[in-house]
Design a protein around this ligand. Structure first.
Ligand SMILES: [Zn+2]
Length: 135
């Protein structure tokens, strides 16, 4: 699967966002090593703290279906679903990704419906705390 194809899946996932409080819609598409793709979107809550990000929804869906080996993730978002630059994963999602992915894990960041930037998890979370640190 190409980066652009994964980005398009993330864009479609973004449309399902439940974000009545921020109006920020986010979509994620997580590609497993076996070719399966798990999508996620942000889901907000009136009590705020139960809110969860698109990236974690995708990862947790995959984990709960028994998948733990991931190739890359595409993330896209914007106010009212208008993609106008990168919507980078928050710190919590970076740490969740680090639980299952190595430093060279690729993150495709949508800049528009056509353009994107590819970075690594190490770019976003250098000197990370990983499972190797507690084993
Ligand atoms: Zn997040």
């Amino acid at each position: 699967m190409t980066d652009k194809e994964l980005l398009n899946i993330a864009i479609n996932a973004m449309e399902k966002s439940y974000s009545p409080y921020s109006d920020c819609k986010v979509g994620a598409a997580l590609l497993c090593e076996n070719g399966k793709v798990f999508t996620g979107t942000n889901i907000e809550n009136a009590a705020f703290s139960p809110t969860i990000c698109a990236e974690r929804v995708a990862v947790f869906k995959a984990i709960s279906d028994g998948e733990k080996k991931f190739s890359k993730i595409a993330v896209v978002g914007g106010k009212n679903g208008v993609i106008n630059g990168i919507f980078a994963p928050c710190g919590v999602c970076r740490q969740v990704l680090r639980e299952f992915c190595k430093d060279d894990f690729q993150i495709i960041l949508g800049e528009s419906k056509e353009e994107y930037k590819v970075v690594t998890l190490n770019d976003l979370l250098p000197l990370s705390f990983s499972p190797d640190d507690v084993r």
